[in-house]
Every structure is written in structure tokens, then in C-alpha cells.
Design a protein around this ligand. Structure first.
Ligand code: SF4
Length: 365
């Protein structure tokens, strides 16, 4: 990966995360290097304090000490556009602390989760004094990367207040799509505000969807996705992305997923992140098909040679996945035997050094 690029995020992005922690981007990308806390520090201390300036200086020198540079999706350019470690208030804000969601997909969580009322109150109490002032210059708001907007009365309330205070904000919107209907988008004053939509779908067929989301809602989601697609096709939406976290349960859907993106005028965005505390991470030796020691690894690598993945307009596939090479037949057979012993014979296998090193790709730590 070319480290000659400059990331713009530290000059214009702010992410509000759990317990008021502030970051320049997704904390998994910036290795949890926070720049301040919205409940404890002033806006100036957060945005132009010592930690923020050190981070910017490091990016200006292209050292990327604080960054997971290879895996992050930063806004990187060839030329350095900034000549100071001091920056005006952010233009892009990411409201990323509310994990409330009525679903429990295997990638993310095993239980339904909601932000406790006392935490909601803490954020709502800080609205006038801390949140609205820092959104003064904001042009784009990302909402809500950690949970589901339509399942959270709290996030809806925060969003309404921020938009009332700064009506020109454009919204970068993420949803699981289940309640993302035309009516709900209108009801929450989103229809005219959204400029980009990401739908976490992770499947191209109803059967696969059921395995990942543990509910039978694929057809409902597809109806809502068709509506979003119509916005994109009519030019009312700048960007439309359908998201796919790769697991052993869904990887065979990947070529079909790109076909779906082509039909919808969307981009299929694939990632191999392992996060959360769900079924997926607890049993990653069964799910992480992109690791060399997975029993279906060679099949996965072969599938990635499908020419449909060369349609870069409709497909984002990280380079490190494109570059994966098959393992030897001997290695592959060994993996299949281990899988059989673990799952069919219920044997508890000792992890070898090899097994552990295959996890070095993790984006989420
Ligand atoms: S390079 Fe990546 S990790 Fe670093 S600030 Fe940019 S987006 Fe974040």
C-alpha cells in the first residue's frame, strides 16, 4: 500500500464514540487513539489540543504512527492540502456511539442491544452545550455507524436537534434496510438530506440472509433497497453502497452480490473485518474463510478470480483480498481434517502457532 498519500480526515472529520470519546475516524482504523472526550474537554481542547495536533503532524510527515493505514478507508490524496496542525471546526461528523438495534446478525451481536436510558440522557443533556457547538461548521453527518437509526428514539432526537440547528447538513446514512421505507425516510426528514446511503445486507439470496440476520426479512429489505436505487438512478442520491462482511456462510453469494449492485446502480462493498462479540468472532475459525487455515480457503480464493470482481464501478474489494494466493493441497487437506475433527467429532484442538498467526489481518482488535 502506497504510504505517499495524505489522509484528510484529521483536518475535517470527527467521530463521536462510546462514553463521549472523540476520534478522527473509526477507532478501529486509528488504533483507538482518541483526541479528547466530549463530556470532559472543551471543543478547542478536543479539536486543536495536543493530541489532535500530534496526530496531524504525524500524518503530515506520512508516518501514520496512529493509524491502521493499510486497512482504513481514509480520504487520502496525493497532495498535502493543509500546512498547519491547527484546523477549523470539522465539516464531517460521525455520530457513532448509539449501538441500539432490534436485529442480531451473526457478524455484529448475539443479543438485542439498546443504549441505556441514563446514557441517552447524558448525551441529550450535553446537546446544547457540547454537541450543537461542535456541529456549527458541519456540512456532512454520518449517522449511525454503530446501530440502527430507525430503532433508536434517542438518535432520532439528536439528529432532529442537529438538523434544526444546521439545516444545510447533508446526511451520509447507514441502515440495515429493514425499516428504511420511503415513509420512514420522509417522517424523519431524511429524504431530502441523504446524499449517500449504505445498506448492511451481507447476502444476495433469501437463504443466505436468513443465516446471517437470523430473521426472514430479505424480501422486505429488497423492496426498500429498490426504492433507494430509484433515488440513485434519478440522480437524487449521489452514492449508494450495499455492504457485505465476508463469512464462510455468505461468501458464495459474492458474485451474485456484485450483479445485484450492477442492477441497483450501487457499489458492492466487501470487507473481511472481524468485530463485535457475536457468533462470528467467538467461532472465527469456522467463519473466517479468508484465513489460510480455513477449510474452505482455497474455494474462496478460486471464487475471487471471477471476472465480475473487476467491475470496479460496482465492486469494492480490498486489495489484500484480491492478492490472496491458494495454499498447497496438503495444507488444504489438513484444514479440512481439522474442521471435521472440531465440528463432527467435537474435538478441542490446541491452537498452533500457524493458527494464531492467521489472525494477524484483523481490522478490529
Ligand atoms: S489514515 Fe486511516 S486511520 Fe489514519 S486518520 Fe486517515 S482514515 Fe484514520
Amino acid at each position: 500500500m502506497d504510504r505517499n498519500l495524505y489522509c484528510k480526515n484529521p483536518w475535517n472529520c470527527l467521530e463521536l464514540n462510546n462514553d463521549g470519546k472523540c476520534f478522527f475516524c473509526n477507532p478501529c482504523f486509528s488504533n483507538f487513539n482518541l483526541i479528547g472526550n466530549i463530556f470532559e474537554d472543551s471543543i478547542e481542547e478536543i479539536w486543536n489540543g495536543e493530541r489532535a495536533q500530534n496526530f496531524r503532524r504525524d500524518v503530515m510527515e506520512r508516518k501514520y504512527t496512529y493509524c491502521n493505514y493499510e486497512n482504513c478507508n481514509g480520504n487520502k490524496t496525493e497532495n498535502l492540502e493543509y500546512n498547519s496542525t491547527i484546523a477549523p471546526l470539522p465539516e464531517y461528523i460521525n455520530i457513532g456511539y448509539d449501538y441500539t438495534c432490534a436485529q442480531r446478525c451473526i457478524i455484529c451481536r448475539d443479543e438485542h442491544q439498546a443504549l441505556p436510558p441514563e446514557i441517552c440522557k447524558k448525551w441529550e443533556d450535553a446537546l446544547e452545550t457540547h454537541i450543537l457547538p461542535i456541529t456549527k461548521n458541519v456540512k456532512y453527518m454520518f449517522i449511525n455507524c454503530r446501530g440502527e437509526f430507525f430503532d433508536s428514539a434517542h438518535t432520532q432526537k439528536m439528529y432532529a436537534a442537529i438538523i434544526a440547528n444546521n439545516p444545510n447538513i447533508k446526511v451520509d446514512f447507514i441502515s440495515n434496510g429493514i425499516k428504511c421505507t420511503e415513509e420512514n425516510l420522509k417522517k424523519h426528514n431524511l429524504l431530502d438530506k441523504i446524499f449517500r446511503v449504505h445498506i448492511s445486507l451481507h447476502a444476495a439470496t433469501r437463504e443466505t440472509y436468513k443465516k446471517i440476520f437470523r430473521v426472514d426479512k430479505f424480501n422486505d429489505v429488497m423492496k426498500n433497497i429498490e426504492f433507494i436505487s430509484s433515488l440513485k438512478k434519478s440522480g437524487k442520491l449521489e452514492d449508494f453502497e450495499i455492504m457485505f462482511v465476508i463469512t464462510a456462510e455468505n461468501y458464495k453469494d459474492m458474485p451474485k452480490f456484485v450483479e445485484l449492485a450492477q442492477k441497483l446502480d450501487a457499489r458492492a462493498a466487501f470487507s473481511a473485518c472481524i468485530g463485535g462479540y457475536a457468533e462470528y468472532i467467538m467461532n472465527r475459525e469456522n467463519y473466517a474463510v479468508f484465513y489460510q487455515n480455513h477449510h474452505n480457503y482455497n474455494d474462496f480464493v478460486k471464487m475471487l478470480k471471477n471476472p465480475i470482481f473487476n467491475d470496479r464501478q460496482h465492486c469494492f474489494l480490498p486489495d489484500y483480498l484480491r492478492e490472496l494466493k491458494p495454499v498447497s493441497l496438503k495444507h488444504s487437506i489438513k484444514n479440512k481434517i481439522k474442521y471435521f475433527a472440531r465440528t463432527k467429532l467435537n474435538m478441542k484442538l490446541e491452537q498452533t502457532k500457524d493458527d494464531i498467526s492467521i489472525f494477524s489481518h484483523d481490522t478490529y482488535k
